[in-house]
Design a protein around this ligand. Structure first.
Ligand SMILES: [Zn+2]
Length: 64
């Protein structure tokens, strides 16, 4: 059995700060971790504990 549980649905949290703290969704708490949203080519980060995606809403690339 794997200890790493992937969520059945991918949650995307839109944030306006470069760093976020995640301690898990209500049903599955995990130790609080601080994640850097902005970095590299993507303006998003995936929480290694719960798989939530945090996306920076102000730094999204605009199509037009
Ligand atoms: Zn998390």
């Amino acid at each position: 059995m794997s200890e790493y549980i992937k969520p059945t649905t991918t949650e995307v949290e839109y944030v306006t700060s470069d760093k976020v703290a995640c301690d898990g969704p209500k049903f599955s708490k995990h130790p609080r971790v601080y994640l850097t949203v902005v970095g590299g080519t993507k303006n998003e980060v995936v929480c290694p504990y719960c798989g939530r995606i945090f996306r920076h809403e102000q730094k999204q690339a605009r199509a037009s």
